[in-house]
Design a protein around this ligand. Structure first.
Ligand code: BGC
Length: 469
């Protein structure tokens, strides 16, 4: 009888919790943003950055950034970080992803600004006080100006410059942080900055772009090795508390689908572009050999690709270079083979279910990408996922639907350790300036940058709390 009772009690408890997937206790729920998009460039000396210079410039009489916006003040996170972390705490965030500004920390080659490091110590202590685990990126698209003046990532010395900065930061901030991103979306950095030249350093040169990718891959490996030297290993991406620890890349991943699934050319070009954009860089880091290839077309066969080993002298053999893999996911693209297009394909995504910036909302994609990324046999973390939606009419559903697919991935046994919503706050959206709004919290730009949580703030808050054990 007692046994029967126990079964009934157990079954009813299961039933109570059956509506939401319960996540492992070590799973981290978080929010994300980056330094340049929020801090303000003037404070801390960020007017030393390549991006700030670009923001103030124009081309053919047109400002480089929509509405001639710039990051002089941004959302003043530099001064208002306590207030922003209170919001994160109120949301129930256990982790917060941001970055540190290389341009502020190292305004001249090899010269570090002590005041800036002291500021970041205060920032990290403010997170610690609230029990929020930081995840810090060393590089989120922005560089010190001097870096480009001596060739940027096309200079084969550049991995050493990056390593010097990483080494300094980990020695200074390592007591307060053990979760690092070396590069945010390195493939997009190379594509936009070096291949099609729409962001700094404005190069339009595929060969230099491949050199840049090669040096960034080297820089990642050298930095990961140094972080392990300074902080010790993170076996299976865990710290002693079982939570995510160590170093990885936040990789931009997209869903690509063929316009006609029965057309073998469309299917093939999908697999080629998916490999190039989503996976080739991560694979190269693992294999010690950079292989990136455009889908075949008349132009791309002239450009070729890159198939070059990463120098063995950079780091010792047998090192782990990615303790985990970060998946940034936003959208789906439908594509068609085209031999005339420079990259062998054209985009034909149906213009339905779009965010304010035209990116298609496709929640199933998150699950598909996590399944695919699990082939790397590494812990995974959703390092960005979010939506441009100024009036917050689609964000609540976006959150619920994406988390449903995250649930499925967890139920399938995929080793996902965390989820970071992009973004806690509206912020500087690169070429779009402040026009596109990604925040759970609205920034009143005309009203002293007041922070006002949107309805989706409470939606995410509830979704998190329902999934906690
Ligand atoms: C970038 C963020 C950006 C977000 C939305 C991501 O690719 O890492 O910096 O704000 O997309 O555009």
């Amino acid at each position: 009888m007692r046994c029967l009772l126990a079964i009934v009690v157990l079954a009813s408890t299961q039933f109570c919790f059956a509506d939401k997937t319960k996540y492992p206790t070590e799973f981290l729920w978080g929010v994300a943003f980056s330094a340049h998009q929020t801090e303000g460039s003037i404070e801390g000396g960020g007017d030393n950055s390549d991006w700030y210079e670009f923001e103030l410039g124009s081309k053919n009489g047109k400002p480089n950034i929509k509405h001639a916006h710039n990051t002089a003040i941004a959302v003043d996170h530099w001064n208002r970080f306590e207030e922003d972390f209170d919001l994160a705490k109120n949301l129930g965030a256990e982790t917060l992803r941001t970055s540190i500004a290389w341009d502020k920390i190292e305004p001249k080659p090899g010269e570090f600004n002590k005041d800036v490091i002291e500021h970041y110590k205060k920032v990290l202590n403010a997170l610690k006080k609230r029990g929020i685990k930081p995840m810090l990126a060393f590089h989120h698209f922005v560089h010190p100006k001097w870096f480009h003046e001596i060739g940027g990532w096309t200079n084969d010395e550049s991995p050493k410059w990056f390593l010097r900065y990483v080494d300094y930061v980990v020695r200074e901030l390592g007591d307060l942080c053990d979760l690092w991103i070396t590069f945010n979306e390195p493939v997009l950095q190379v594509a936009f900055g070096y291949m099609i030249g729409i962001t700094p350093p404005l190069l339009y040169n595929p060969w230099k772009a491949f050199d840049a990718a090669w040096n960034i891959a080297r820089a990642h490996r050298m930095a990961a090795y140094r972080i392990h030297q300074l902080q010790g290993p993170s076996p299976n991406g865990r710290g002693s508390d079982g939570k995510l620890r160590g170093v990885g890349i936040a990789q931009s991943t997209q869903i690509f689908e063929p316009a006609d699934p029965k057309n073998p050319d469309d299917v093939k070009v999908v697999s080629e572009i998916e490999e190039l954009v989503n996976w080739s860089f991560l694979r190269s880091i693992e294999e010690g050999h950079l292989r990136m290839q455009f889908p075949k077309s008349l132009v791309s066969s002239l450009l070729g690709g890159i198939n070059r080993p990463l120098p063995q002298d950079d780091i010792p053999m047998g090192e782990t270079f990615q303790d985990w893999i970060g998946i940034n996911y936003y959208s789906r693209y439908v594509i068609k083979k085209s031999s005339w297009s420079p990259i062998g394909l054209v985009w034909v995504t149906p213009q339905i279910n779009l965010g304010d910036n035209g990116w298609q909302i496709y929640p199933t994609g998150l699950e598909k990408l996590l399944v695919k990324a699990s082939e790397f046999k590494k812990p995974l973390v959703v390092s960005e996922n979010g939506l441009a939606d100024a009036i917050d009419s689609r964000r609540p559903k976006f959150i619920r639907d994406h988390l449903k697919h995250l649930d499925h991935a967890i139920e399938k046994g995929i080793d996902v350790r965390g989820y970071y919503f992009w973004s806690l706050l509206d912020n500087f959206e690169w070429l779009d300036g402040y026009e596109k709004r990604f925040g759970l919290v609205e920034i009143k730009y005309g009203d002293n940058l007041e922070r006002v949580p949107r309805p989706s703030f409470n939606v995410y808050k509830n979704e998190i709390s329902e999934r906690r054990r």
